[in-house]
Ligand binder design. Structure first.
Ligand code: ADP
Ligand code: ASP
Ligand code: MG
Length: 411
């Protein structure tokens, strides 16, 4: 039997009791004859607590020192889990990211994995040990500790699964699978037995926090079978794979949402003269993630471009726009905070015109104003006031027949 990668998130390892339960689960898998690599997150809310400790000292912390700080969270879990496995009679060894050979680019707080040196992990697997790797962290070519962005342990797990040609990567979490929307906020959300990589990728990018987007990217690019399941029950989870059955002919597979969006509007007195490229190149050079862009140039109207960013990038975006004002050649920059993004996702949309129109109509009936729109072949996103985000998500979930009773009707 081959190798399996099991990943346990923060809630699943939140207490020593839970860590002992996880250890039992790992040993059960080992007894079935698999080689087992385990990836874990920091215990419970540890990462948030570390962030607020730094915040007590400074609001503009050095990114390098933040990686040094945040990477300690996962290091606690790996050692405790290794001890728990030994206590239950198993053999285990824990590794930090760099010990496990996880090489990343030289970017702090949001690094990408570029290579994995499997030597040490494979040697320990051959010796029959469970290898426990700290999620969310790696090392760059200069020996600096880096982290992969919030939720990045999922990506560590899938990247290891791909490097080790694992049979499967199981993501154990506090829900029993991927739902049609976040079950915490959309009560009628329904568990999916399977979902396509592309749909999951969109949902993850559009705010469904259940999987780190890069983990899905990795799984898709390297064909890693990925399962999301509960760490508390034996319930079957959701399989994420290339092709899936069109369930009940539903056009929309899921609804995702994301709060804390800011819209920036930049106006010009004169036509752009190439400054549109300049503005986005400048922001990209500073690693500012620009999402939706709306540009309008019409005779008789002041040229303008609006774009959306995340709130965490707001202060830096304003700082860049101010300091580069002359080079960028704009007249005014305005912003609107308190916004959110709600999206519908489904590969069935490609061949179904009118999906977006139906979305706008439902939001109009709900009295929810739409500030921005963005579409692709398999998703439609709208920016709406944050105060109405959950109302919009629930309404759209209902509109496209995703709730259980609706699903039966549309069979
Ligand atoms: P972990 O600590 O295990 O990594 P996360 O909190 O990162 O767990 O992810 C699990 C959470 O993702 C769930 O508790 C759920 O609220 C949220 N979530 C958001 N969208 C979805 C979805 N479509 N399906 C399932 N869970 C979702
Ligand atoms: N501990 C990190 C976080 O809370 C990484 C992870 O949990 O995946 O974001
Ligand atoms: Mg997570």
């Amino acid at each position: 039997m081959g190798c399996i990668v099991m990943k346990f998130g923060g809630t699943s390892v939140g207490t020593t009791e839970k860590i002992l339960n996880v250890a039992k689960r790992i040993l059960d898998e080992k007894k079935r004859g698999h080689e087992v690599v385990v990836v874990v997150s920091a215990m419970g809310k540890t990462t948030d607590e570390l962030l607020s400790l730094a915040n007590e000292i400074t609001h503009e912390p050095s990114k390098r020192e933040m990686d040094m700080l945040l990477s300690t969270g996962e290091q606690i879990t790996i050692s405790l889990l290794s001890l728990a496995i030994m206590q239950l009679g198993g053999e285990a060894i824990s590794y930090t990211g760099w010990q496990a050979g996880i090489l990343t680019e030289s970017v702090h707080r949001n690094a990408r994995i570029i290579d994995i040196d499997r030597t040490k992990v494979e040697r320990q697997l051959k010796e029959g040990k469970v290898v426990i790797v700290a999620g969310f962290q790696g090392v760059d070519q200069y020996g600096e500790i880096t982290t992969l962005g919030r939720g990045g342990s999922d990506t560590t797990a899938v990247a290891l699964a791909s490097a080790l040609s694992a049979e499967r990567c199981d993501i154990y979490t506090d829900v029993d699978g991927i739902y049609t929307s976040d079950p915490r906020s959309v009560k009628t959300a329904r568990k999916l037995s399977e979902i396509a990589y592309d749909e999951m990728l969109e949902l993850a990018h559009l705010g469904a926090g259940v999987l780190h987007p890069r983990s899905v990217e990795f799984a898709k690019n390297y064909d890693v079978p990925l399962v999301v399941r509960s760490s508390m029950s034996a319930e079957e989870g959701t399989m994420i794979k290339e092709e899936v059955q069109m369930e009940n002919n539903l056009i929309v597979r899921g609804v995702a949402f994301e709060s804390d969006i800011v819209r920036i509007t930049v106006t010009y007195e004169v036509p752009f003269n190439g400054s549109l490229a300049k503005i986005f190149t400048t922001l990209a050079n500073h690693h500012i993630d620009v999402d939706i862009i709306v540009q309008s140039i019409m005779d008789g109207i002041t040229p303008s471009v609006s774009f959306s960013i995340k709130k965490e990038d707001f202060a830096e975006t304003i700082r860049i726009l101010n300091s580069e004002k002359e080079v960028l050649g704009y007249t005014d920059a305005d912003f609107e905070v308190g916004l959110s993004k709600v999206s519908i996702v489904g590969s069935g949309m490609v061949s179904n015109p009118g999906v977006a129109a139906r979305m706008f109509d439902r939001l109009r009936q709900e009295g929810i104003p739409i500030k921005m729109v963005s579409t692709s072949e398999i998703k439609v996103s709208v920016v709406v006031p944050q105060s109405e985000m959950l109302q919009a998500a629930n309404a759209l979930h209902d509109e496209y027949g995703l709730s259980p009773e609706d699903a039966e009707v549309s069979l």
